[in-house]
Design a protein around this ligand. Structure first.
Ligand code: FPP
Ligand code: MG
Ligand code: MG
Length: 383
């Protein structure tokens, strides 16, 4: 009946699309240099969560039904939609360079969804670009964090060494830039280029624990503001600006574009808050990456910042980045006996509510339900 809640798997709404995503990403990463080819594709072998491309595809479908404006300078299908000629080195010495796609873009777009898809080829390309940028940031992040594992396997820095991991990350950004340029949309190009800069800005903010980075920092409201600004830059920028770009490529009105952005921004903040919580609450085995890593890295994330408010003694430990004898263990105990984790979850819930609220004006659809379901998934996730 009309009041029966329908349980939705947001993945199913775009499942057909997702099937082709990894395949095409791998073809975008083809290089005639065998070692580079291997390192660049390394993280595409393990199963990622594909949160960002999934959001782009769902947002594309959900905004397909919203008001549209004629957009100057944007080709209806996101620009040149001829065969993606692989940038792989193809010559006589190397006749079968990896990365040569077996299907042209056009064939693939038809194979994807039949004729009635409401997702534009340009929006599919955008979904791939978001995953490329994200994966590039993981390659660099695992070097910076000296991480040993990612997605249940040795991280790229462990498998191939720091130099190759960093270079492979740069290569991914290069290929992402090529794909972005092919969208022929200057506004979308500017958005995604800004994301790359924001990732670095967020990472730089994280190098310092507090705005002032004093030896004995004092808790103020600014402590949380600084953390949230950093969180926006390192996590929510990519999610929010790619949701925005999806709506722009679909030719949505500025109200819809803004709503898409707000959805992504609030979901992105919630996503990272939960990530910082899981670092305290879930085992490394379940996470597929080291747990409890943040304190070891000297990082004070939301659970600790909230605990600090009620345990002012934590300031000294924050100031020396938990490098003192027994600091990590002590901080862990204080966080565990505080309301830091609860407060982090409550704040994530607040952002999720704002995300859902942002798209409340969108017409009802399976994709909109999927976007709402993604919010609940973010709160419930264990990895
Ligand atoms: C994961 O965070 C890392 C990020 C969200 C962004 C990292 C950004 C950079 C390294 C900047 C430079 C990179 C590029 C490509 C511009 P985390 O370490 O908290 O999460 P984890 O537990 O998954 O490692
Ligand atoms: Mg890390
Ligand atoms: Mg990191």
């Amino acid at each position: 009946g009309p009041n029966t809640p329908i349980s939705h798997d947001p993945f199913r709404t775009v499942a057909k699309e997702m099937k082709f995503l990894t395949k095409h990403i791998r073809s975008l990463l083809g290089s005639g240099h065998p070692a580079l080819d291997t390192v660049a594709k390394y993280y595409t072998q393990s199963e990622g969560k594909y949160v960002r491309p999934m959001l782009v595809l769902l947002m594309s479908r959900a905004t397909a039904l919203t008001p549209k404006i004629p957009r100057e300078g944007t080709m209806p299908f996101g620009g040149v939609d001829t065969a993606f000629t692989s940038p792989a080195v193809l010559n006589d010495e190397n006749p079968s360079a990896p990365g040569t796609p077996s299907l042209t873009d056009l064939e693939r777009d038809v194979a994807y969804t039949g004729q009635d898809s409401d997702i534009l080829p340009s929006q599919r390309r955008l979904a791939e670009i978001t995953e490329l940028i994200h994966t590039a940031s993981l390659l660099h992040d695992d070097v910076i964090d000296h991480s040993q594992s990612r997605r249940g396997s040795p991280s790229a820095n462990i498998e191939f060494g720091n130099k190759m991991a960093v270079l492979a990350g740069d290569f991914l950004l290069g290929r992402a830039s090529v794909a972005l340029a092919r969208l022929r949309d200057p506004e979308v190009t500017e958005l995604l280029a800004t994301v790359i800069a924001n990732l670095v800005e967020g990472e730089f903010m994280q190098l310092k624990n507090t705005a002032a980075d004093e030896k004995n920092p004092v808790w103020t409201e600014d402590t949380v503001t600084y953390y949230l600004q950093k969180t926006y830059l390192k996590s929510a920028s990519l999610i929010s600006k790619s949701c925005r770009a999806a709506a722009i490529l679909g030719g949505s009105t500025s109200e819809v574009v803004e709503a898409s952005y707000l959805y992504g921004k609030n979901l992105g903040l919630a996503f990272q808050l939960v990530d910082d919580m899981l670092d305290y609450t879930v085992s490394g085995e379940e996470l597929g990456k080291p747990a409890g890593a943040d304190l070891e890295l000297g990082l004070a994330t939301a659970p600790l910042l909230f605990a600090w408010k009620d345990n002012k003694g934590l300031g000294r430990l924050v100031g020396r980045k938990f490098a003192g004898e027994g600091d990590v263990q002590r901080a862990r105990e204080i966080v565990a006996s505080s309301t830091g984790l609860e407060q982090t979850r409550a704040l994530a819930q607040e952002y999720v509510n704002k995300a859902i609220d942002a798209i409340s004006g969108f017409p009802e659809s399976e994709a909109k339900t999927g976007l709402i379901e993604m919010c609940n998934k973010v709160l419930k996730r264990r990895k």
